[in-house]
Design a protein around this ligand. Structure first.
Ligand SMILES: Cc1cc2nc3c(=O)[nH]c(=O)nc-3n(C[C@H](O)[C@H](O)[C@H](O)COP(=O)(O)OP(=O)(O)OC[C@H]3O[C@@H](n4cnc5c(N)ncnc54)[C@H](O)[C@@H]3O)c2cc1C
Length: 396
């Protein structure tokens, strides 16, 4: 047997996700994440949906198991794995059927704290990364505003330099972990700096800083176990040492870190889509109509088969984009394709899977009903399908 087929068969045994990109280490992570999902998310997910957030002790447990440090240096408590490892974690959390739980964890470990790691000074990283990785400090990323989402350079939050401090004024919208986070990576424009994107700068703001408030907890269509907030900054004074990276480098940092975020959202979406197909298959095999299981109806099984083929294609595109990133190759085109394709596909899958469940698919007691609500935002958050297609178009 060749090396590649050895690797593929090892990966297949462990996860059914055939790909030459995965090593035994990735598959160990997959098995560990899957165990965690089965034993510590699924039994409690409904209660967390009801209360609107994931309990802090669960996040600490995830930290203790190493899920928040898979990309970060061992010196901070991380395990120094690659982008494919992040994809494995996102896929498995996506398979939990609780998108809100998945996004709570992944925003912290893959989308917000990455700003500290990539742009922070040694002092900032020494101070925060060990506690971020342990799940003791939970992070949020605050870029979107009431009047600026897709158009990041249109943000209006201002940072005025005043001696050894900055004073922040403005508002942020739709911020995941916004209510319960301890530490926020906030985008603002520095007054007096160059215009547009060249003024955008990132800052670290701690919960409890005077002038910084959670103005509203937002009530959502899906992801109900994830807390989402509107934030307000009113004369919020922070030390100049809380700036993340250079003045004016924030836009670049956001765009760079978006590449990881979008790959992760794609992986999560494909985990969700695969699980929806799996549980719909179970349903079709047992539910009878006209004297036979629904699975006997050719039209239904062919439609589900086509969805399975598309999900396989989406999943392989996610793996490939992550592999390119792990090799240090620019994958903006592929990552934008991942976000556009997987964000739409997961909704196509959910639509049909609800349909195949008949009336039960519309009932709050069915898993597919929750999954269909959770999926909707995958085509919106982290870059809408339309914006992603513009990124692809520029590179065709
Ligand atoms: C549940 C949830 C969690 C989120 N979490 C976070 C978070 O943690 N941190 C954060 O900073 N943000 C977060 N967001 C914000 C999210 O990233 C934005 O909602 C998203 O980028 C879209 O921005 P918008 O809502 O302002 O829509 P808009 O930018 O107003 O877009 C509205 C519509 O117009 C389309 N459109 C806009 N421009 C163009 C164009 N040039 N061509 C064609 N169509 C266009 C869009 O595709 C969309 O369909 C979250 C959002 C949600 C819903």
């Amino acid at each position: 047997m060749s090396t590649v087929s050895n690797i593929v068969s090892a990966a297949t045994r462990a996860s059914n996700s055939r790909s030459p990109y995965f090593s035994a280490e990735h598959e160990m992570l997959r098995a560990q994440a899957r165990r965690f999902v089965e034993s510590e998310i699924k039994p409690h997910g409904l209660a967390w949906e009801e209360q609107g957030y994931v309990p802090r002790e669960v996040l600490r447990r995830m930290g203790a198991l190493g899920f928040f440090g898979i990309r970060y240096p061992a010196a901070y408590g991380g395990s120094e794995m690659d982008a494919l490892a992040s994809v494995v974690l996102a896929e498995e959390l996506g398979r939990s059927t609780f998108g809100g739980v998945a996004v709570t964890a992944l925003v912290h470990s893959e989308m917000a704290s990455i700003h500290i790691f990539n742009a922070g000074t040694e002092a900032q990283k020494d101070k925060w990364m060990p506690r971020v990785i342990a799940g003791e400090v939970i992070t949020a990323l605050a870029v979107t505003e009431p009047d600026a989402g897709s158009d990041v350079k249109g943000i209006r939050t201002r940072a005025r330099r005043d001696g050894e401090t900055y004073v922040l004024d403005g508002a942020k919208m739709f911020i995941t972990n916004g209510v319960l986070a301890d530490l926020y990576c906030v985008a603002a424009k520095v007054e007096g700096a160059a215009a547009g994107s060249k003024a955008v700068t990132m800052f670290l703001v701690e919960k409890g800083t005077p002038g910084f408030n959670v103005s509203r907890t937002l009530d959502k269509h899906g992801w109900r176990s994830s807390d989402t907030a509107e934030l307000h900054f009113d004369g919020c004074r922070i030390s100049a040492e809380s700036r993340l990276g250079e003045e004016g480098h924030g836009f670049y940092a956001i765009m760079k870190n978006f590449q990881n975020e979008r790959t992760i959202i794609g992986a999560m979406a494909m985990g969700e889509a695969q699980t929806a197909i799996d549980l719909t298959l179970d349903y079709l095999r047992t539910r009878k109509a006209f004297g036979a299981p629904l699975w006997e109806k050719q039209t239904i099984r062919q439609r589900l088969s086509m969805l399975a083929a598309k999900v396989e294609a989406g999943r392989q595109l996610v793996y490939h984009a992550a592999w390119l990133a792990s090799q240090g190759i620019d994958a903006t085109k592929e990552v934008s394709m991942v976000k556009a394709y997987c964000g739409e596909l997961v909704n196509e899958v959910m639509y049909d899977c609800v349909q195949f469940h008949g009336g039960m698919g519309f009932m709050r007691e069915s898993t597919i009903e929750r999954m269909s609500r959770d999926a909707r935002v995958q085509a919106i958050g982290g870059g809408t399908t339309e914006i992603m297609l513009e990124e692809v178009a520029k590179r065709l």
